[in-house]
Design a protein around this ligand. Structure first.
Ligand code: B1M
Length: 217
């Protein structure tokens, strides 16, 4: 029974079925998560099922078999489930993989891709702190100071703001020499990531999740 509920939860998350009102009268992630927890399914098993659904849509997106709207719906469905899990996070019954601080670097206002990365990473079990767009080094430094052991993600969409990634990275490493920093965005390449000394680069949200999991393995 548990297995059935959990696989239903993964499928509903992947399909972006949020709740009854939005899923044509059928139970969505909202209702099924509540049902699972009410029936005594372990909260970490529920989280795993939600993550499985998000990973499935993330992989399809990376392969060009799903699109931005699919990702957005899946993330909203995931969030509906996460709302029921929040008390278990606060009580420490369910552990996060780590904290990921993400922002689009200063000078750059593009946030659609960055938001997708943030949602996928959150959906894979990390706590995500999204600093928004046009983020200056001081704001990253301040956030890192409040979250020891975090990983930082920098996004940039313009060739003119790629250089600002290096400025942010250097400012952060001056204060936190061992801080792990990953980067991404349309103009970014592996070569650029290596040149500025980032710990890794990803071309899509699923790639960012895999990179983060490798960094904390
Ligand atoms: Co802008 N823009 N834009 N724009 N814009 C581009 C990027 C551009 C390629 C369009 C073009 O000329 N063909 C061009 C850049 C050229 C260049 O630098 N070589 C450009 C330009 C020039 C500009 C302005 C300068 C235009 C002007 O005002 N003259 C201006 C700059 C403003 C600024 O930032 N200071 C500007 C403004 C804007 C809008 C505000 C109108 C709007 C942004 C709205 C918003 O984000 N809220 C906008 C948009 C929408 C685009 C395009 C059309 C779409 C970008 C997007 O959202 N893609 C874009 C052209 C295009 O890409 N076709 C363009 C979809 C998104 C899912 O993909 O962001 O690549 P992407 O994210 C991917 C990956 O890159 C990766 O995962 C994401 C999901 O797969 N990824 C990461 C991203 N961050 C990551 C971080 C990671 C890992 C992976 O780890 C930390």
């Amino acid at each position: 029974m548990n297995e059935e509920l959990l696989s239903k939860l993964s499928e509903l998350t992947e399909a972006g079925k949020i709740n009854k009102a939005l899923a044509k009268g059928q139970d969505g992630v909202d209702e099924v998560t509540k049902q699972a927890l009410d029936e005594g399914v372990a909260p970490d098993a529920v989280l795993e099922a939600l993550v499985k659904g998000m990973s499935a849509i993330g992989e399809k997106f990376a392969q060009g078999k799903a699109f931005v709207p699919n990702m957005l719906l899946a993330a909203r469905a995931m969030n509906a489930g996460m709302a029921h899990l929040k008390p278990f996070f606060s009580s420490g019954q369910v552990k996060r993989k780590g904290t990921f601080i993400i922002g689009t670097v200063f000078g750059d206002l593009h946030d659609i891709g960055k938001n997708l990365v943030a949602m996928m990473v959150e959906g894979s079990g990390w706590e995500v702190i999204d600093l928004g767009v046009d983020v200056k080094p001081e704001k990253f430094i301040n956030a890192v100071s409040q979250h020891p052991g975090c990983v930082v993600g920098l996004s940039a969409l313009l060739t003119t703001t790629m250089g600002n990634m290096e400025v942010v990275l250097k400012s952060l490493r001056e204060k936190y020499p061992t801080l792990k920093i990953i980067i991404g965005g349309a103009p970014i390449s592996q070569n650029f990531a290596e040149t500025i000394g980032a710990n890794g680069f990803a071309t899509n949200p699923q790639g960012a999740v895999e990179l983060l999991n490798e960094l904390v393995a």
